[in-house]
Design a protein around this ligand. Structure first.
Ligand code: 2AM
Length: 195
């Protein structure tokens, strides 16, 4: 680092992180959007954001890893079956029309752990989705959404870096989703176990 330069700040997010077979299914779904304006998200970048953290001081990484170590994500299957759009950033996504309660509970538990570290959610309501296309303007897919069944097996703390306009996502740390039957009986379905 240059003497006197501001210390590096990190762009990070916690996300459900798909395995290769789910990435292939999502890439297949994204092919149906090819004719639309905008830019396809590279399959290696597919994820479902749980918490986006911009402008993070590097010294926070240890606490964020520690938070991940204390949380337990129960394994569940997510059925992605509806198109959606965020008008502001003009992104097109595929999301679930039925959201598993375990996913909502886990997102809340994660933010409950992030709040004491000074992080705040930048949107009022959690809308689970996988972004497939960016800068898509006001375009709408001309066909019904395909169905992608995602057996959620892992979640991660991911670092986002930008180089000449393209984003690269690098998992800093990943945790497996735990089959419910394997969780100790006193462990909440999603939450912070006593430590
Ligand atoms: P995405 O890349 O997964 O679409 C910061 O706002 C990031 O949080 C966005 O880039 C988007 O990530 C995600 N995001 C925005 N609004 C959201 C919402 N309502 N629910 C869940 N994630 C959201």
């Amino acid at each position: 680092m240059r003497v006197g330069a501001a210390p590096e700040r990190l762009r990070l997010f916690f996300a459900l992180w798909p395995a290769e077979d789910t990435r292939r299914s999502l890439a297949h779904a994204a092919r149906g959007l090819r004719g639309l304006p905008g830019r396809a998200v590279p399959p290696a970048n597919y994820h479902l954001t749980l918490a986006f953290l911009s402008d993070v001081a590097p010294e926070h990484l240890t606490a964020l890893r520690g938070l991940g170590n204390r949380l337990t994500l129960p394994a569940f299957t997510l059925t992605l079956d509806r198109w959606g759009r965020f008008p502001g950033p003009a992104v097109l996504w595929l999301g679930p029309s039925a959201v598993p309660p375990a996913l909502m509970a886990f997102e809340q538990a994660l933010w409950a752990g992030l709040a004491p570290l000074g992080f705040r959610r930048d949107h009022p309501q959690f809308v689970p989705h996988v972004t497939l296309r960016r800068r898509a303007g006001g375009s709408e897919p001309g066909h019904p959404a395909p169905v992608v069944r995602w057996r959620v097996g892992s979640w991660a703390l991911v670092r986002s870096t930008r180089d000449t306009g393209a984003s690269t996502y690098t998992p800093e740390c990943a945790w497996p989703a735990v089959p419910i039957s394997a969780a100790p009986p006193d462990l909440p379905a999603a939450g912070l176990p006593d430590s």
